[in-house]
Design a protein around this ligand. Structure first.
Ligand code: HEM
Length: 361
């Protein structure tokens, strides 16, 4: 049938329909961006919260701001293959890039034993899919969800009048979140080690291992230090970087190692990272991470990595734990800002000279 030219009425109708579609798409973006719901927690609000709490430090990570890079490899034992089809869990060696840091958004904070320490690792097979994980040295995350995490950050933000958090806001948060108080009591009892090298780091979030037949099991993982535990002691704390300098000196003496250990959950186990799993759960040693070289963030290979916890190989996937996807959104925003600000970034606290001199600033 021959096409007839559109009448004026039809043209108006068609343009109206196109306009509606465009408006619908724009509204979709606005909804995702949180512009239609100003109270909604978006990645930009979370990052604004970090900046309000810690100050704005151009070019640095908005959380875990003070850190150093490390490189090495992962020797997979193959034991993880029983639960996951991830190729990097087959026996063999995989290069890794890692980063040690303190939690918190202050890039020049003085080292202190009570600061939460972190280890982030990118497992990067020469051919095959990556696994990125960001772990911390506490046994539980004290929040059930990102809203509670954000609310606590706001409550703990220093009051401009006093330069300190308002104790009434902190108390009100604790009163409304008894689970935060309970987790805090467990975290407070942890034995703090003498350094980064003999700390054990926990992924805390719940993921799923998926095997070749599609069977899924809940999993949490840790990097368990091979270096023997020694309690935090009377180190020379006059040095503002004494824990990083200790790490640099330890790595110069011999390569540092961590066992990657997966804890396999039961189907009914809580996915929320503020609830511990029973001690009886099966543990599987996936292999050993060896880190033999440290580098300052200034030029180091970890600087341009976003250790997004949802970058997972086929065979490992997210679970009903909603925190990793919120982390992913916040890490992306932090990454975008710090990469944009790169030209304005001052040197990191732990400089390349300090690393080359074996930890002596
Ligand atoms: C189980 C809970 C969590 C763990 C274990 C964890 C761990 C970590 C670690 C180890 C890093 C440092 C990565 C690196 O060295 O580059 C990091 C960075 C970061 N975290 Fe988390 N985190 C958790 C929850 C959260 C939450 C709930 C938020 C906010 C929604 C958040 C926001 C950030 C941001 C913005 C960065 C900086 C990312 C970048 O610029 O690359 N984290 N986290």
């Amino acid at each position: 049938m021959e096409e007839q030219p559109l009448g004026r009425g039809q043209k108006v109708l068609r343009l109206g329909a196109i306009g509606l579609v465009v408006a619908g798409i724009a509204a979709g973006f606005a909804w995702v961006g949180g512009w239609l719901t100003p109270g909604r927690l978006t990645q930009a609000r979370v990052i604004d919260g970090f900046e309000a709490a810690n100050g704005r430090h151009a070019g640095f990570r908005r959380n875990h701001a003070k850190g150093v890079c490390a490189t090495g490899w992962f020797d997979s034992s193959g034991a993880g293959q029983r639960f996951s089809k991830a190729t990097l869990l087959a026996p063999g060696r995989v290069p890794v890039v890692a980063r040690f840091a303190f939690a918190g958004g202050m890039p020049f904070i003085a080292d202190a034993p009570g600061l939460v320490r972190s280890l982030a690792i990118q497992f990067k097979p020469v051919q095959g899919e990556e696994w990125r994980t960001a772990m911390i040295d506490i046994p539980l995350f004290p929040f059930a969800d990102v809203d509670a995490f954000y609310a606590q950050m706001v409550a703990a933000t220093p009051d401009p009048a006093t330069g300190k958090p308002d104790p009434r806001k902190m108390k009100a948060f604790a009163a409304a979140h008894p689970d935060f108080v309970a987790a805090g009591a467990v975290i407070g009892k942890r034995a703090t080690s003498s350094g980064f090298a003999n700390s054990t780091y926990n992924g805390l979030n719940t993921f799923l291992f998926v095997d070749r037949d599609g069977r899924q099991v809940p999993v949490r993982w840790s990097a368990v230090a091979v270096q023997p535990f020694a309690p935090a002691g009377a180190q020379d704390r006059a040095d503002r970087n004494y824990l990083f300098d200790g790490l640099i000196a330890d790595a110069a003496r011999q390569p540092l190692q961590w066992k990657m250990v997966a804890t396999i959950g039961d189907a009914g186990d809580a996915v929320s990272p503020n609830v511990a799993w029973p001690d009886a759960r099966q543990r599987v040693e996936l292999g050993t991470v060896t880190l033999d070289r440290l580098a300052s963030e200034d030029g180091g290979s970890c600087t341009d990595i976003n250790f997004d916890p949802t970058v997972l190989p086929s065979g490992i996937t997210t679970s009903a734990d909603a925190i990793p996807s919120a982390r992913s959104a916040a890490y992306a925003r932090s990454f975008l800002l710090r990469e944009r600000e790169r030209a304005a970034k001052p040197p990191s606290a732990v400089t390349e000279t300090e690393v080359r001199q074996g930890g002596k600033s």
